[in-house]
Write a protein that binds this ligand. Structure first.
Ligand SMILES: [Zn+2]
Length: 224
């Protein structure tokens, strides 16, 4: 029996080399208060040379502010759409420099990934982000510790639209309408390969959500 328990433990440790303690897990935010009608649109992986502007135009049309979790490397490639995002009053979050999967490493690179992104965001637009989203929502105690040491709040999401899988527009719309509730953080992408239908889905979703009484706020406003 002892041997069995030992083998089982070894297997668990082997499968999850960098675990997350319950205490650190509480640091991860997935939603705001369910008692309000506030929700937050979030866009990951940008800036993109033109898709970011497409999203900005749509948001401006409705006077909505959203949150963009940017990749540092993309900010260095496409500083102009990034500056326009900041100038339009949207919130910016840190999404690492190379979109590195943080659950598989416990090295100093995590801190470097976050700090380098912080630096380019500040150098490009004079902006200091307060929120961090680990790529693919994958993290370890090390990643959470690094984020905390830099005063970052760690933000995941309530509803994953899976827009990057390029589902039909109606699938994205139905997924959101079925799962959204007050306090929801909705995950979209403004950087993706062609044929993703994020924008088309948003064109339908935004008026629908407004009609239901939802109010769009930034992530920091949602969790304040
Ligand atoms: Zn991402």
């Amino acid at each position: 029996m002892k041997k069995f328990v030992f083998l089982l433990l070894s297997a668990v440790l082997f499968l999850t080399p960098f675990s997350v303690s319950a205490q650190n897990e509480r640091q991860v935010i997935r939603e705001g208060s369910r008692e309000s009608m506030k929700i937050a649109l979030t866009f990951d992986d940008g800036p993109h040379p033109y898709r970011t502007d497409d999203v900005l135009r749509l948001l401006e049309q409705y006077g909505i502010r959203a949150t963009f979790f940017v990749i540092g490397e993309n900010v260095s490639y496409y500083p102009e759409p990034f500056k326009r995002t900041v100038a339009a009053g949207h919130e910016i979050g840190n999404h690492t420099y190379h979109h590195k999967l943080l659950s598989e490493t416990c090295e100093k690179t995590i801190e470097e990934e976050i700090r380098k992104t912080d630096d380019i965001i500040f150098r490009t637009a004079g902006y200091r982000p307060k929120i961090f989203r680990p790529p693919e929502g994958a993290y370890s105690d090390c990643a959470l510790k690094a984020a905390k040491s830099m005063d970052y709040s760690v933000i995941l999401w309530t509803v994953d639209t899976r827009d990057w899988e390029k589902p039909p527009v109606q699938v994205i719309v139905d997924n959101v309408m079925k799962n959204v509730k007050g306090g929801s953080i909705l995950l979209f992408h403004d950087y993706m390969h062609k044929n993703a239908q994020t924008l088309e889905a948003l064109e339908i979703l935004i008026p629908k959500l407004l009609e239901k009484g939802y109010e769009f706020v930034t992530v920091s406003e949602l969790i304040a």
